[in-house]
Design a binder for this molecule. Structure first.
Ligand SMILES: Cc1cc2nc3c(=O)[nH]c(=O)nc-3n(C[C@H](O)[C@H](O)[C@H](O)COP(=O)(O)OP(=O)(O)OC[C@H]3O[C@@H](n4cnc5c(N)ncnc54)[C@H](O)[C@@H]3O)c2cc1C
Length: 408
């Protein structure tokens, strides 16, 4: 009899397994994949995400292979500023959510999933977790309405709790018929690949019109370069995605296109067309969901792994009180969920947005807090709360072209 059987061994599953094992629980971790293994995702971690890794003793290993980054260079329709998440914001948030702000860092990192997920699995094993790769869960075991185990080809295991950490299309969620709610329509398409020789040492996140480019140094001396836009443009973009990818970068910032063209493409292109957001009921009799299994958000703010780590800490803290897990998780998630939904619409900047961005550009403290808000260290409702310095009006705004023309 296991204390917990965890289905899925990436950001959410391995982290939950590691924390439960460190509390002395007997944990079985199952994944249908063999590790190291990649997944269809980019891999940027904001300071809050890095802080979780630091709290668990994984960050140092991660930073051996992937460069730690001190700030993000943001730009919106030509309004550019560099911003560093203040340490006190990360500490405050960790304290508010977990009752303990220790281990907070201001580092950002973009770490390949082949590396990060492997480190998490290894740390979990070192903590005493039994890990079985290549174990696809195909059936849950019930006693009445209560989940009491998980089974697949050649195995059936019993446990006090089955934790679904099995991603967006969660088998566990489907098997327990966890209701889906709060679905959203806004979503982006995204294409990315990897280049050596880009000569960029920090993260760049630039938007123009309805397109965005993110370039971040990552493992193996390469930089990950991502383009995204509104999901309605996906069919058109996909038709000639290689040309459109370059055109989109040139539209957002011709200087970035030059750097990318001067680099050497190291891998094939990866793409996704639509990542509409939804939430699932995340607890029930004998089961609990963490990470993407419990809630999907669009990729446009790069927050999914950070939220998977948050879920792991909350799940480990609330193992004896699943309703408490659901309540604390939702309280932390609600306003950022709205924020991602707004961002995923990839709307054109309004004159008010432009005034706001100019105000942020002119005030380093507001700029740093903007980064804290973007990476979900500072709550969005606190960032935009009344009483903040009013954003000055610095001139007339020229609406930018939306970027569709560059794809035609
Ligand atoms: C295009 C894109 C870009 C993104 N970029 C970022 C980013 O920059 N930063 C960020 O923080 N987040 C990003 N995300 C989100 C991030 O990828 C996810 O939030 C994160 O992977 C969730 O982790 P997870 O452990 O919950 O699930 P997953 O990573 O999906 O892992 C689920 C695991 O469960 C296993 N599994 C599934 N079914 C079974 C079964 N029946 N039996 C056994 N095992 C099973 C799978 O093999 C897999 O290993 C991005 C997502 C996308 C799509």
């Amino acid at each position: 009899m296991w204390d917990a059987i965890i289905v899925g061994a990436r950001c959410a599953g391995s982290a939950t397994a590691l924390l439960l094992a460190r509390q002395g629980h007997k944990v079985l971790l199952l994944d249908r994949a063999s590790f190291p293994s990649d997944t269809l995702s980019t891999h940027f971690l904001w300071p809050r995400g890095c802080s979780y890794l630091n709290r668990w003793g994984v960050l140092d290993e991660v930073l051996v292979g992937a460069p730690g980054l001190s700030h993000v260079n943001f730009a919106r329709d030509g309004i550019a500023f560099a911003a560093r998440t203040p340490l006190k914001q990360v500490e405050r948030r960790l304290h508010a959510v977990h009752g303990d702000g220790t281990g907070a860092v201001t580092t950002h990192v973009s770490v390949r999933r082949t590396v990060l997920d492997q480190w998490l699995v290894e740390k979990a094993i070192a903590a005493g977790v039994e890990f079985r790769p290549g174990a696809a869960v195909k059936r849950l075991v019930f006693d009445g309405d209560r989940v009491v185990g998980a089974a697949g080809d050649g195995f059936e295991e019993r446990g006090r709790l089955v934790i679904g950490a099995d991603g967006r299309n969660s088998f566990v969620a489907k098997a327990v018929q966890a209701p889906v709610y709060d679905e959203r329509e806004n979503a982006t398409f995204a294409y990315w690949t990897y280049f050596s020789g880009l000569g960029l040492k920090e993260a760049v996140m630039e938007k123009r019109g309805r397109l965005c480019v993110v370039i971040v140094p990552t493992n193996f001396g390469a930089g990950m370069a991502l383009v995204f836009g509104p999901k309605a443009w996906y069919p058109q973009f996909r038709e000639h995605f290689q040309e459109n990818y370059m055109r989109a970068i040139a539209f957002v910032n011709p200087g970035l296109e030059e750097k990318v063209r001067a680099g050497h493409q190291e891998e094939r292109f990866y793409g996704v067309g639509d990542q509409r957001a939804f939430k699932r009921q995340c607890v029930g009799q004998g089961w609990l969901l963490v990470g993407d299994a419990a809630c999907i958000k669009d990729q446009c703010t790069a927050i999914g792994m950070t939220h998977a780590f948050r879920d792991a800490e909350l799940a480990a803290a609330c193992i004896g009180n699943l309703e408490d897990y659901a309540r604390r998780r939702e309280a932390d998630l609600a306003d950022y969920y709205e924020f991602v939904d707004r961002m995923a619409g990839m709307a054109l900047a309004t004159p008010d947005d432009m005034r706001f961005m100019r105000g942020v550009q002119a005030n380093p403290e507001l700029a740093d807090e903007f980064a804290a808000m973007y990476g979900d260290a500072l709550r969005v409702d606190e960032y935009i709360a009344e009483g903040r310095p009013r954003v000055p009006l610095l001139g007339d705004d020229v609406p930018s072209p939306d970027g569709l023309a560059c794809l035609l």
